[in-house]
Design a binder for this molecule. Structure first.
Ligand code: SF4
Ligand code: SF4
Ligand code: SF4
Length: 348
């Protein structure tokens, strides 16, 4: 363990703990645009700077490990002025047409600009207005809103293992992009949308997010129904309709989703979706109530069981349900019918 002092408060931390993590432990909030749980620390945005006694330059707290006897100051005039300067530099190359931006209301750059009272920037734009890449079916990339935090690059490289994104050019010309100036549609991108989920600004946004503002939706935590992994996600609901999905920090997915979990929610409100059971009557599939449907199935199962025994019956459930659902189904088949004939890998 290491002994450190943060804003005069003594603390013991394990070796390898960063200053930012130690501050979080004490409940001291440090602003950051690039740091994110499960991604390697990068120190890209420089917003999280703090003063360390005995070191002349300010240190990025997200990428600086604590050392024995370290004394840290998290806020004073110098730190405040430096963070304001960082926000101004970021705003110089950031299209501030916030009115038309899907991230309006949850943009972290905007939030910090308000908090640090930065209303405009003294610096010139060196990036111009590069075109929006709207080639992906589910999301858009607007380089004019990118603040080069590298979150998208890291999530694609380190967690999705797809290596689609990277930093292009050097110095003031640096942009986040794809190799050989490819469009998303021409790249190896698998449209998982994890880069969109971690983007702190309106640079990467879902196409659907044009239809709602963050404060108009309620969030409902649920389990993705598409496979047995059981990823946790939040459904974004506006006026009783699901308009988007955000990954949650579930044990199975830790903030990630695949393309199905992130974008394939349209089945919920789709007009072709079956909403009632159907029984074939005189050759025609006819909508019926649940009581009638369950009575019909029970009578059919009873008849087969009486005529041919329980092993004449088999149950199929789906690999797309959760493990828990499949377990309950197996128990039900054994208890209610008396058979172990269960296949829960069916693609139904
Ligand atoms: S959608 Fe997924 S695969 Fe495509 S760039 Fe983003 S993180 Fe990488
Ligand atoms: S696109 Fe978003 S996540 Fe990626 S570097 Fe730019 S601001 Fe960061
Ligand atoms: S379909 Fe994708 S998002 Fe849904 S549970 Fe499976 S891996 Fe997770």
């Amino acid at each position: 363990m290491l002994n450190v002092t943060i804003d005069g408060q003594p603390l013991q931390v394990e070796k390898g703990t960063t200053i930012l993590e130690a501050c979080e432990f004490l409940g001291i909030e440090i602003p950051t645009l690039c740091n994110l749980e499960y991604l390697s620390p990068e120190g890209a945005c420089r917003m999280c700077v703090v003063e360390v006694k005995g070191i002349q330059n300010l240190q990025v707290s997200c990428a600086t490990p604590c050392t024995e006897g370290m004394e840290v100051t998290t806020m004073n005039e110098r730190i405040y002025a430096f963070r304001r300067l960082i926000i101004e530099l970021l705003l110089a190359n950031h299209n501030t047409d916030c009115f038309n931006c899907s991230a309006n209301g949850e943009c972290k750059l905007y939030q910090y600009a308000m908090e640090y009272e930065v209303e405009k920037t003294r610096f010139v734009n060196t990036r111009g207005t590069p075109p929006v890449d709207d080639s992906n079916k589910f999301f858009n990339y607007d380089p004019a809103k990118c603040i080069l935090c590298h979150r998208c690059v890291r999530v694609c490289n380190e967690r999705q293992s797809n290596r689609t994104l990277g930093l292009i050019d050097r110095g003031v010309k640096t942009t986040m992009g794809l190799p050989f100036d490819q469009l998303f549609i021409d790249s190896n991108c698998v449209s998982c949308g994890n880069c969109v989920s971690v983007c702190p600004t309106g640079a990467l946004t879902t196409k659907a997010s044009k239809k709602f503002r963050p404060w108009e939706v309620t969030k409902t935590r649920t389990t993705c129904p598409y496979c047995g992994v059981g990823c946790q996600l939040d459904l974004l609901v506006k006026n009783g309709k699901v308009v988007g999905v955000e990954p949650a920090d579930g044990k199975a997915n830790q903030g990630l989703l695949c393309v199905k979990g992130k974008f394939a929610y349209n089945f919920i409100n789709h007009p072709d979706r079956l909403k009632t059971p159907l029984i074939r009557k005189e050759g025609v599939l006819t909508p019926v109530g649940w009581d009638e449907a369950l009575d019909f199935v029970t009578a059919g199962i009873k008849k087969i069981r009486e005529e041919s025994g329980p092993d004449a019956i088999a149950g199929f459930s789906s690999s797309r349900t959760t493990n828990e659902d499949n377990y309950v189904f197996m128990k039900m088949m054994r208890a209610a019918i008396g058979t172990n004939n269960v296949d829960n890998c069916a693609r139904v």
